[in-house]
Design a protein around this ligand. Structure first.
Ligand code: ATP
Length: 509
């Protein structure tokens, strides 16, 4: 990222330096891009000193150890050289030192040094030393808060991505179809200039071409990013909507959305808003999670799971920072499906029953604002049993595109669910008349039916004739209690709650 590529960032950064902002925090993981940006704003006589966690004091240009500073093998001694012999005009670029700034592990001496360098830049005439903290995580010790300016480098937008692709293709004289550029632009969203060029390189090396088919490479690269950040879970899941029995309205809705999602570039140009996501509420064990997971296969994008409980940190601001990182990561991997299971547990107590903590309230606010303003192709699918435990803000228009209610399956839906699970196990043959099972399974959930089938297949395996028959399934029904029996009160309570809301029905009448 040079001054020519991104004149607006360079101008803004140069303005901060000129205004003697002593510490500039660049929260970015692409250090090549940041180096180019910093180099582009340095004056001729600005000396640039770099300290990084791996190589300690290194030459900024060549990244080889630079031994000219005595005792600069740790951050404290590196900083002390500047504290003691102040240069007049310098940039100190400190990379990935955030661990040393965290409250639990911070070194008071380091913070004091940074403070003193910053003080001199701000108050002593003729001293222009700017400290750049270039870290993949944002950690600002409270003592430095007033001296730190956070500088955000947004990732390339659609037009910039298009320019990068065109620039690359022109450079190597690779013909590329305009519709392929459009599709790639959408897939590349969330990656930095450097990462985009690396993938283009890889694609070109592999096939001598750049085409929409390279979306797979982009996906692999994005999976790497998620694994590295470790804050979201990436799930591999190959079931599709055809593995979901019933819920025809919901499935039709998702099929329509998937057409938009798999042609996002074209859809956007046509004037269609980016789909935000949906909330699926309903009875336990009736296919909410299954549908959430199948959405990702239907959309042909990665499936990420956000566990809000896991975001909770021990230190002040840690949970919010984790949420910020989770959102950033999801955006970096987008297009993707972000699944939030048991939404009511994630943000529990916020509706006034049970006292949500301050942290939960802040996380909730952060999440809602993001959902409302989201401009990325992260499709959020949230699932929940008990809507009454959720703050009403979730249900307002503009948050999710749609709210669906999943009820216990109808007879026709139970037929489909039986067929799906029997077929999965190769047992949907002449000896089973599914229609004869429907009367006795009133009040059974999809999960109940699945477990009936599983048990019967097990019994058949142990028996002499090894067959799965209607009678064996009927016998299993007799000995298995449905959710409507085991959770009678809970189911009745949920029914009353659902009646208060005007949800779309997931099932077709
Ligand atoms: P909970 O609210 O308890 O999380 P859920 O509605 O998310 O429940 P799922 O996890 O989707 O329930 O369902 C559990 C299992 O039951 C699924 O993995 C699937 O095998 C089976 N199942 C449930 N509903 C259906 C369905 N409609 N079609 C096919 N299988 C189903």
């Amino acid at each position: 990222m040079s001054r020519e590529d991104n004149p607006q960032f360079a101008t803004k950064l140069a303005a901060y330096v000129a205004a003697l902002r002593p510490i500039i925090y660049i929260n970015h993981f692409d250090s090549h891009a940041v180096d180019a940006l910093i180099a582009s704003i340095a004056e001729k006589d600005t000396k640039i000193y770099e300290y990084n966690e791996a190589g300690h004091h290194v030459d900024f240009r060549h990244k080889i150890p630079a031994g000219s500073l005595p005792g600069s093998d740790n951050l404290n001694s590196f900083l002390s050289t500047f504290d003691d012999n102040e240069p007049k005009n310098a940039f100190l670029v400190l990379k990935d030192v955030h661990r040393q700034l965290r409250p639990e592990s911070a070194d008071a001496a380091i913070i004091a040094r940074l403070k003193s360098i910053a003080d001199r830049t701000m108050f002593r005439e003729g001293v222009y030393v700017t400290v750049f903290l270039v870290c993949s995580e944002l950690v600002i010790p409270s003592e430095l808060e007033k001296m730190v300016t956070v500088f955000d480098i947004p990732l390339p937008g659609a037009r910039e991505i298009e320019n990068i692709i065109r620039d690359y293709a022109d450079g190597f004289q690779i013909p590329i179809a305009p519709e392929d550029i459009n599709e790639l632009c959408v897939s590349f969203k969330g990656l930095s200039d450097f990462e985009i060029r690396q993938i283009l390189n890889l694609a070109y090396q592999r096939s001598g071409l750049i085409a929409a088919a390279d979306k797979k490479l982009i996906l692999e690269e994005k999976e790497q990013i998620i694994k590295k950040t470790g804050i979201l879970e990436i799930l591999s899941f190959d079931s599709t909507l055809s593995d979901v029995g019933g819920l025809d309205n919901l499935k039709k809705y998702l099929q329509d959305k998937s057409h938009i999602f798999t042609h996002l570039g074209e859809a956007r140009r046509f004037g269609i808003d980016l789909p935000k996501g949906l909330l699926i509420v309903g009875m336990p064990g009736c296919g909410k999670s299954l549908t959430a997971k199948a959405t990702a296969s239907q959309f042909n994008v990665p499936l990420l799971r956000l566990d809000v409980g896991k975001l909770m940190g021990k230190y002040v601001g840690e949970s919010e920072n984790n949420m910020r990182r989770a959102i950033k990561t999801a955006e970096a991997v987008s297009p993707c499906v972000l699944w939030i299971d048991e939404l009511e547990k994630a943000f529990s107590g916020l509706s006034g029953h049970g006292g949500g903590s301050d942290v939960t309230t802040r996380l909730f606010g952060q999440f809602l604002t993001w959902l409302q303003e989201k401009e990325s192709s992260v499709y959020v699918v949230a699932t929940s049993n008990d809507i009454s435990a959720l703050p009403p803000e979730f249900l307002r228009k503009g948050r999710f595109d749609e709210l669906f209610l999943v009820d216990l399956p109808s007879p026709e839906e139970r037929r489909r669910i039986f067929e799906i699970h029997l077929k999965k196990r190769g047992k949907l043959g002449d000896q089973v008349d599914v229609l004869k099972l429907l009367k006795d399974t009133e009040g059974y959930s999809g999960a109940d039916i699945e477990s009936l089938v599983k048990d019967t297949v097990e019994v058949a395996f142990i028996s002499d004739d090894k067959t799965v028959t209607t009678d064996k399934l009927k016998a299993a029904i007799k000995t298995t209690k449905s959710i409507s029996v085991t959770l009678k009160d809970k189911i009745a309570q949920l029914k009353t709650i659902y009646e208060k809301y005007d949800f779309q029905k997931a099932s077709r009448d």
